[in-house]
Design a protein around this ligand. Structure first.
Ligand SMILES: NC(=O)c1ccc[n+]([C@@H]2O[C@H](COP(=O)([O-])OP(=O)(O)OC[C@H]3O[C@@H](n4cnc5c(N)ncnc54)[C@H](OP(=O)(O)O)[C@@H]3O)[C@@H](O)[C@H]2O)c1
Length: 297
């Protein structure tokens, strides 16, 4: 099957590309703004999606499935540069969605737990979104533009994705915690922000299933365990053997960040378990696997 993946510089896209390009079942096309090194079996090209004719892009490649990962994915960047956030997160997604409708392409869109306000937690796919940041607003607007076309697209809401790959455009929490602790630097983390951190390999496997089976609808794809960001960092320190006394517990209100974050944005994964047999790796096993991956790198 021909698959086009945007945002190839990001962690999620990279892992999905790696997984889908194993074997001979799929022909991969991957795009990003900056040039990257991909294995020769991946057709990589650079493009700024904001300034591109997206109909022409889809017409030229004619993929069966589009996995749309490109985004301004930093909530703080979105909060301070709403114009650019709107262009890539909302406008590009809506234009790609309509191109996918016109060319009969199954679209898979990456969305976020930040579409919720975090007052309830354990959100299901049918809970009503109520974002408290511009990033969350942009993602729900994008989701709605896809849903409005009624094409049977897949919307994957994920959260606090972690893992490793070379030359990432953005670090993730696990790598930041490791980096700080390795350097003996104290690191402040909130005890009152609850998340279900997601192993990127579990997410990539789910994306592979959605791609190959073209199962549409909204799906929560997050980790198995809900815990505070502070406790997550403690688990990282324990598995990687670092001094956890460098981790400083604070409340989210002490963080000086441009974007507001939901307190409890944990997502319920029952639907994904039932429909695609999603089975996230237990947190400690996943961190141990990542430790091994970093040692082998
Ligand atoms: N990471 C998470 O914890 C998380 C959680 C929830 C949802 N998500 C969603 O999952 C998706 C992927 O996240 P990620 O963390 O892997 O993303 P990321 O590391 O921030 O990477 C984003 C990618 O989008 C590309 N991009 C941005 N603007 C572009 C433009 N105008 N034209 C073409 N490409 C553009 C970037 O390309 P260059 O680097 O080449 O500029 C980069 O490859 C996003 O939609 C994000 O909102 C992520």
């Amino acid at each position: 099957m021909k698959i086009l993946i945007t945002g190839a510089n990001g962690l999620i896209s990279r892992k999905a590309i790696r997984l889908l390009s194993q074997g001979k079942d799929h022909q991969l096309f991957a795009t990003s703004q900056k040039r990257l090194n991909f294995p020769p079996e991946v057709n990589f090209f650079t493009v700024n999606l904001v300034y591109s004719d997206l109909n022409q892009l889809i017409d030229t490649i004619r993929p069966e499935v589009l996995i749309h990962c490109a985004a301004m994915a930093s909530p703080d960047a979105c909060e301070v540069d709403r114009y650019s956030c709107n262009k890539i997160n909302v406008e590009v997604t809506a234009r790609l969605a309509s191109a996918c409708r016109d060319y009969g392409v199954h679209m898979i869109f990456l969305s976020t737990d930040f579409v919720f306000d975090g007052l309830k937690g354990d959100y299901t796919e049918t809970d009503t979104p109520s974002p408290i940041s511009y990033y969350g607003e942009s993602k729900i607007e994008a989701e709605n533009s896809i849903i409005g076309l009624n094409t049977g697209a897949t919307i994957v809401r994920t959260s606090l994705v972690y893992g490793h790959d070379e030359n990432l455009s953005r670090q993730n929490l696990v790598l930041r915690v490791i980096d700080n602790l390795q350097k003996g630097k104290p690191y402040r983390l909130p005890t009152d922000q609850l998340r279900a951190p997601t192993d990127v390999n579990d997410l990539a496997s789910a994306l592979k299933t959605f791609t190959e089976k073209k199962i549409g609808g909204v799906f929560n794809i997050v980790g198995a365990q809900k815990l505070s960001v502070f406790d997550f960092a403690r688990q990282i320190a324990a598995v990687f053997g670092y001094n956890e006394s460098l981790l400083i517990p604070i409340s989210a209100s002490e963080l000086d960040e441009p974007a507001k974050r939901p307190l409890n944005s944990s997502l319920d994964i029952t639907k994904a378990k039932n429909i695609i047999g999603y089975k996230p790796t237990p947190l400690i096993d996943s961190l141990k696997n990542l430790k091994q991956e970093l040692l082998d790198f």
